[in-house]
Design a protein. Structure first.
Length: 85
């Protein structure tokens, strides 16, 4: 999507809520923006193939590494924390 107020493009992370706000990933930060301030830049189907793993875009590299390690074995004290912004 294109964010006119920031003059930047971003990726939608969460669907629209009851107020019409979406969470958009812009320059590595998640920002809540009303859908009226957004315009479609590239369609989701065109940008990502059907079976594309969106965790590559939406999660940090460290979280993906931790998740991979946790799938293989138990590591004492290894925790993935989700920060809602």
């Amino acid at each position: 999507v294109y964010i006119s107020t920031m003059q930047r493009t971003g990726v939608v992370c969460e669907e629209e809520d009851e107020k019409g706000d979406l969470v958009v990933l812009v320059l590595g930060k998640k920002v809540r923006i009303n859908q009226k301030r957004l315009t479609l830049h590239i369609d989701r189907a065109e940008l990502y193939p059907e079976n594309y793993d969106l965790d590559i875009v939406l999660e940090s590299k460290e979280d993906r590494k931790k998740r991979k390690i946790m799938r293989k074995r138990h590591v004492e004290g290894l925790v993935i924390e989700h920060h809602d912004e």
